[in-house]
Write a protein that binds this ligand. Structure first.
Ligand code: GLU
Length: 495
């Protein structure tokens, strides 16, 4: 029975037109890898730069790879990154549903239409998945391609399991255009009759992406260059339906090194991992934007970009064909820039949980500690080990009191602490200014350089050679009682 064409006309009528429409189409894997985040960002930027619409579509037709809560990871990441979508499973839209497993019926109808048009056929052969994946195919051997529609229908009616395959022409060539890679031509006889609908009735990615991109009115298809080799088959599908081909934007991979793509399976960090390692979302986005895209014109030297600036500056001409290498040090550099550019209040808010990992004493003011850290950390996760001494004085070696540059040794340090303790005891108020002026005055009185006094005070207060902040700030944060306790302890160590 021929298909009812009214359905297809209604679907056509629903397609929004006239504006740029892009989509981010992740598979719900449970994490966002860096390459995916970059695809999401570029896709969003193309839409926003052109005043268009950004759509989120969840590609979950591979039922063997379902991960609990994976869609939430996608929603959360996009929201955290400020890559808001105008249409999607959680916000709806004119071409809903936006989850592929909810569009099953649609793919089935379009596949049958394609069979009717002669561009696809039912295949009843038993083939293992590895054969399907290997790319080793011999079309001439597929007996199902030669079945008449009536023969095939009879076997379908008899309940034989089948897949639907694309009927690729045996001759000729297919040329498609990619915005980054230009025109690419392949001979059709190098293309396999790929599966469009699997035995379980669900579409393959290869079929669903074409149907959805068309029915959702997608104007720019942005994705990884691993799909480049399949693009001619997609083009043949668009042609078979008589549909306009969208602009393809295939992005080169993000690599770990010259040979290897970044991959979660091989231990490369995902977006979530980077967040956990103390990187700020804005720094990650900024760095990821520049992995494969460079600004041009008057912005060509610019390195730090807000999301708004990216929207303004982003253009496809700046997207590179060469793979980009992910460099952790470069990311760290961006992170430090973003940490320093925060207001002290913002930084204190971000830093607090990391300070609290090491500093449990509620009496210690995390904002004051944060102020010492802002210029001195590259990643938030650097913080705990830098500030642990505030909570508990480490068991340190009295040799730390000896420092060439400050001209101190044990004897000098002992004298300095002996003088500093009564001074600090007697200070009228425990403010930074009082502590500072008191100690400077004492050094002057003793006829020594400031460092000769400050070094032993800081070592006794912190028990560490390297600390964020100097003696004055550390004593101030510790409070008078704890400072004196520590200085007396230092003195004991020295006598
Ligand atoms: N679901 C595909 C992926 O996660 C998306 C490819 C595309 O954007 O067309 O890689």
């Amino acid at each position: 029975m021929p298909l009812d064409r009214k359905y297809f006309q209604e679907m056509e009528d629903k397609i929004p037109k006239g504006k740029i429409r892009t989509r981010f189409a992740p598979s719900p894997t449970g994490y966002m890898h860096v390459g995916n985040l970059r695809t999401a960002l570029y896709t969003w930027l193309i839409a926003r730069h052109g005043g268009g619409t950004f759509i989120l579509r969840i590609e979950d037709t591979d039922q063997t790879r379902q991960v609990e809560g994976a869609a939430e990871v996608i929603y959360r990441t996009l929201a955290e990154c400020g890559l808001n979508h105008d249409e999607g499973p959680d916000v709806g839209g004119p071409v809903a549903p936006y989850i592929q497993t909810q569009r099953r019926d649609t793919y089935g109808r379009y596949a049958r239409l394609l069979v009717e048009l002669g561009h696809a056929y039912c295949c009843f052969c038993e083939k293992t998945e590895s054969e399907e994946d290997s790319g080793d195919f011999d079309r001439a051997d597929d007996p199902c391609r030669a079945l008449t529609p009536e023969q095939a229908q009879a076997r379908v009616d008899a309940g034989e399991p089948y897949v639907i395959r694309q009927r690729i022409p045996h001759t000729g060539s297919t040329t498609f255009h990619d915005a980054i890679f230009g025109d690419i031509t392949v001979d059709n006889d190098t293309l396999d009759d790929q599966v469009l609908i699997k035995r379980d009735g669900l579409p393959t990615y290869n079929f669903a992406n074409v149907i959805d991109d068309h029915l959702m009115g997608i104007t720019h298809v942005v994705r990884g260059s691993e799909y480049l080799s399949s693009a001619p088959k997609y083009d043949l599908l668009y042609q078979a339906f008589g549909w306009e081909v969208p602009t393809y934007v295939h992005c080169s991979p993000v690599m770990r090194d010259a040979q290897n793509k970044m991959s979660k399976r091989h231990g490369d960090p995902s977006y979530e991992d980077l967040r956990e390692q103390g990187y700020l979302t804005q720094a990650i986005l900024n760095y990821v934007a520049l992995l494969g895209w460079s600004p041009r014109g008057e912005r060509s030297e610019q390195e730090v970009f807000s999301l708004d600036e990216l929207v303004e500056a982003f253009d496809l001409n700046g997207v590179s064909r060469s793979p980009a290498i992910f460099d952790m040090e470069k990311l760290t550099h961006f992170n430090a820039l973003y940490l320093r550019a925060m207001t002290p209040e913002e930084f204190a808010r971000e830093a607090e949980p990391y300070i609290r990992r090491a500093v449990k004493n509620p009496g210690l003011d995390t904002a004051r500690i944060a102020a010492l850290l802002q210029a001195r950390c590259e990643r938030l996760t650097d913080i705990p080990e830098k500030v642990d001494f505030f909570d508990a004085l480490p068991d340190y070696d009295p040799e730390l009191f000896t420092n060439k540059k400050s001209k101190t040794n044990r004897e000098v340090s002992q004298m300095m602490l002996q003088a500093a303790i009564p001074l600090l005891e007697a200070l009228p108020a425990w403010t930074e200014a009082e502590i500072h002026d008191g100690l400077i005055g004492l050094a002057e009185k003793l006829g020594v350089k400031n460092a000769v006094l400050m070094w032993p005070v800081r070592i006794a207060a912190a028990g560490k050679a390297v600390t964020p902040g100097g003696a004055v700030e550390i004593c101030h944060i510790l409070g008078r009682e704890e400072t004196l306790r520590r200085l007396r302890l230092g003195l004991e160590k020295l006598s």
